[in-house]
Design a protein around this ligand. Structure first.
Ligand SMILES: [Zn+2]
Length: 224
């Protein structure tokens, strides 16, 4: 039987997703219209703010250290600048990209699902936890480093949330962060190994011209 907190989490999750769909459409159709149409020009330089929160386990122990995320950040930084003319920045300029989240998460937020399961998580305790610990609403992307993502290194259900998840493998395979940010910014999988959106770890950093339009038109990619 569903408890009242399950129902509350589901209602909050549906409201969050609904708001994000509306905000995303407004950005693509109005605020970022120039990029929706002419994004392939890669002009002018835009900005994308990211925060990585590494989660502790229930005993307060931690898996990767913030420094372990450096390669992932470096790859994302180089790829986004070179391919989209987008500068990757920490959410607050004076803060580091990656930090340990000083809060013990529920186990539902440490062992998460992907694809349809991630949509289910968004409507339950995990989604509620991630959304209450975002670096900020709507514009920055928050990456949570969890213990395990059922069968994946990283997961993002696209622009309907402001967060993505990575597990320790997703930190070691350093292209995963950039790939998941691609999903956050509206990109889907491409069946070409050299493309950033190739679903497997041996991906490259190529992008197609229309992926530039989609990426630069995202609400996460801003002029300010
Ligand atoms: Zn993917």
């Amino acid at each position: 039987m569903r408890s009242s907190s399950d129902v509350r989490n589901a209602i909050k999750g549906i409201a969050r997703v609904g708001i994000r769909i509306v905000v995303e459409l407004i950005h693509r159709a109005i605020i970022n219209l120039f990029d929706t149409i002419f994004g392939f020009l890669n002009w002018p330089e835009k900005k994308l703010r990211v925060k990585i929160f590494i989660l502790m386990d229930s005993e307060g122990n931690r898996m990767p250290a913030p420094i372990d995320t450096d390669k992932s950040i470096d790859f994302a930084n180089r790829t986004f600048k070179k391919k989209f003319n987008v500068k990757l920045m920490p959410h607050y300029t004076e803060e580091p990209f990656a930090e340990l989240l000083q809060k013990i998460p529920p186990s539902e937020a440490l062992y998460v699902n992907c694809n349809a399961g991630a949509i289910g998580d968004e409507l339950k305790i995990a989604g509620n936890f991630f959304s209450s610990n975002l670096s900020g609403p709507l514009y920055p992307i928050t990456a949570f480093v969890v213990i395990d993502i059922n069968g994946n290194d990283g997961c993002c259900i696209g622009p309907v949330t402001d967060y993505l998840t990575l597990d320790p493998h997703g930190i070691i395979f350093f292209t995963t962060l950039a790939h998941e940010i691609g999903h956050s910014c509206g990109l889907w999988h491409i069946r070409k190994r050299s493309n950033l959106m190739w679903p497997h770890r041996d991906r490259g950093d190529d992008v197609k011209w229309w992926q530039k339009n989609l990426f630069r038109g995202s609400r996460h990619v801003t002029y300010w």
